[in-house]
Design a protein around this ligand. Structure first.
Ligand SMILES: CC(C)(COP(=O)(O)OP(=O)(O)OC[C@H]1O[C@@H](n2cnc3c(N)ncnc32)[C@H](O)[C@@H]1OP(=O)(O)O)[C@@H](O)C(=O)NCCC(=O)NCCS
Length: 175
């Protein structure tokens, strides 16, 4: 099966992205989250990615900026990977993996140094994500240790970056 990973076109792809998120998650929360994140200072258009097959959006992944250890002088910028989704009929074909790999490459090219994700440990570990507790990085949300993960985009970039993650406001409004 052929598809391409592209930057989402602002205002043009929103409806199809919303359908992908609603169908994959089975509820409207993540689609509403993306609508809010698109209006946030944390939004980076280059890191809003779609998987396209035959002119149809079949997958979506968003990276937005967050800060780690916001109450300390050495607060560090990072990225949150959330949400990501593939239309149910197109899952298990490598599209999700292609989205994550493209996101990693783009984030590195833009100079970002780490990514945080709260998700399926068995899935994200294959891309190099490890429990964030390894760096003493903590979630502001209740989360199993193995599900709250981080990846360094440059060697040692999370060394000495301990603390709690500060997500942008829309994440706290997720239903
Ligand atoms: C998670 C998701 C984006 C993966 O997309 P995908 O295109 O199916 O992923 P890929 O084809 O690249 O990879 C499939 C692999 O992911 C694994 N996987 C899918 N969902 C998983 C889950 N919930 N937990 C653990 N592994 C999962 C599959 O078992 C498969 O493993 P295999 O390669 O060993 O067979 C997709 O299943 C989805 O949209 N799920 C619903 C929304 C969701 O849960 N998003 C992620 C929130 S953290």
């Amino acid at each position: 099966m052929q598809w391409v990973i592209l930057q989402a076109r602002e205002g043009v792809d929103d409806h199809q992205i919303s359908i992908v998120l609603r169908e994959a998650f089975g509820s409207p929360g993540e689609a509403q989250l993306v609508e809010k994140l698109q209006l946030c200072d944390c939004f980076i258009p280059e890191l809003s990615l779609v998987a396209v097959r035959n002119n149809q959006i079949v997958g979506y992944l968003l990276l937005t900026t967050i800060r780690i250890n916001p109450n300390q002088g050495d607060s560090v910028q990072s990225l949150a990977l959330a949400p990501m989704a593939v239309l149910p009929a197109y899952q298990q074909k490598g599209i999700g993996s292609a989205l994550v790999n493209a996101a990693l490459i783009k984030a590195i090219a833009l100079g970002y140094r780490s990514i945080i994700v709260l998700g399926h440990a068995n899935y994200y570990s294959r891309f190099g994500f490890r429990p964030a507790s390894q760096w003493k990085i903590r979630s502001p949300f209740p989360a199993p240790d193995e599900a709250f993960m981080a990846i360094e985009l440059a060697d040692g970039s999370l060394k000495k970056v301990a603390g709690i993650v500060e997500y942008s406001a829309p994440f706290f409004e997720l239903e």
